[in-house]
Write a protein that binds this ligand. Structure first.
Ligand code: R5P
Length: 295
C-alpha cells in the first residue's frame, strides 16, 4: 500500500508536492475551526496499517501546533502503522539555553511534545547552535537535510565572482558548508543582539572582496534585522550591494520591505516556507530523506 501524505490546510501545496515526489497518495482530511476557535479534525482517507506522513512547515508554530497534534492523534487512533513529520522548517530551536533565571527552555518542551505525537521527523537545516544535534531535543529518530549543496548550485549558476558573508558566529556552520560545496571564498562578521529588533553588526573585510559579489547567508530571516544590519555594514565597508540568502524566510512584519528598499541585489530563500523569494529547491532532498525513512 502506498504511503499517505496529509497536512493542515495551509500546507496543502507542500503535501501535494511531497506526495508527487514520493509517489505517495495525497490524503483527504478536513480541518477547520469552530466559531469559538476550537479545532475540528476528520481524516477521510483510510490510514489503518499505513505509513502516514504529515507535511507541516512550522512557521507560525503557535497557530499550527494544536491542529497538528490533533491531526496526528486522530491518525494514530485510526490505526496508522507509523506517523512521520516532514517539517521543512522546524521552529522553536532558538531558545536553546536559559539566558536569565526563570526562563523556559521552550526548544526542549516543543521537542518533547512533537516527539510524543510522531514516530520520526525530517527537517532542513534546523537552527542547531548550542545543541549539537536534534537528538538532544527530540526523542524520536530525526533526519536533517542540508541545504548547502542546493544553495551552492544556485550560486554557481546565478552569481559571478561570489564571496559568501556570514552575519554572525552562528552562521559559520551554514556559510562554511556552502563555501566548501561550491569552493567559494567567505568571511564572517560579528553580531551583538540587544533585542528582537535591535542588532549591531561589526567586522572587517579585505580589499580583495571589493570587486566580488557578496552573498550574505543566514539560516533564518525572521525580523530581518540581522540581514538589514549586515547589508548596512557591507555598504560601510564599500562592498557591492549584496544578495541576501536565507534558508528559511519567515519575513516577519516589515522585514522583506525594508530589505528591498535598501537596494540589495536580490533576496533569495529556499522553499522551506512559501514566499515570493523561494528560488532554491530543497523539497527534492527532503523527499529523498523521507523515502529512505519509509524503507
Ligand atoms: C540566529 O542567530 C539566526 O541564525 C538568525 O541570525 C536569526 O534568527 C535572524 O533573526 P532576525 O531576522 O530576527 O534578525
Amino acid at each position: 500500500m502506498k504511503a499517505l501524505v496529509v497536512s493542515l490546510p495551509e500546507d496543502a501545496d507542500l503535501a501535494k508536492e511531497l506526495a508527487r515526489r514520493l509517489d505517495a497518495e495525497l490524503g483527504e482530511v478536513e480541518i477547520r475551526s469552530f466559531p469559538d476557535d476550537e479545532t475540528y479534525v476528520r481524516v477521510d482517507s483510510p490510514v489503518e496499517g499505513r505509513a502516514v506522513i504529515v507535511a507541516c512547515t512550522l512557521n507560525r508554530p503557535n497557530q499550527k501546533f494544536l491542529p497538528l497534534i490533533y491531526l496526528a492523534e486522530t491518525i494514530r487512533e485510526l490505526g496508522a502503522q507509523t506517523i512521520g513529520l516532514a517539517a521543512p522548517y522546524l521552529s522553536y530551536l532558538r531558545q536553546d539555553a536559559s539566558f536569565r533565571p526563570g526562563e523556559g527552555l521552550t526548544s526542549r518542551y516543543f521537542g518533547r511534545l512533537i516527539s510524543g505525537a510522531f514516530d520520526w521527523l525530517v527537517t532542513v537545516d534546523p537552527h542547531l547552535h548550542r545543541y549539537t544535534n536534534l537528538d538532544e531535543v527530540y526523542s524520536i529518530p530525526s533526519v536533517v537535510v542540508e541545504a548547502a549543496e542546493s544553495i551552492a548550485a544556485w550560486i554557481k549558476t546565478e552569481v559571478e565572482r561570489p564571496v559568501l558573508v556570514g552575519p554572525d558566529e552562528e552562521s559559520y556552520q551554514w556559510v562554511s558548508s556552502v563555501a566548501a560545496a561550491g569552493n567559494f571564498p567567505s568571511f564572517i562578521l560579528e553580531k551583538t543582539r540587544h533585542g528582537d529588533y535591535d542588532v549591531a553588526i561589526s567586522g572587517r573585510s579585505t580589499p580583495t572582496w571589493s570587486s566580488q559579489q557578496p552573498v550574505i547567508i543566514d539560516d533564518i530571516i525572521s525580523t530581518g534585522r540581522t540581514m538589514i544590519e549586515a547589508v548596512r555594514h557591507l555598504s560601510e565597508l564599500d562592498l557591492k550591494a549584496p544578495i541576501c540568502l536565507g534558508v528559511h524566510g519567515l519575513f516577519v512584519g516589515d522585514a522583506f520591505q525594508v530589505l528591498e528598499e535598501m537596494g540589495v541585489a536580490k533576496i533569495v530563500t529556499c522553499n522551506t516556507v512559501p514566499h515570493s523569494t523561494n528560488a532554491i529547491d530543497v523539497l527534492g532532498p527532503l523527499a529523498e530523506a523521507v523515502a529512505e525513512l519509509l524503507e
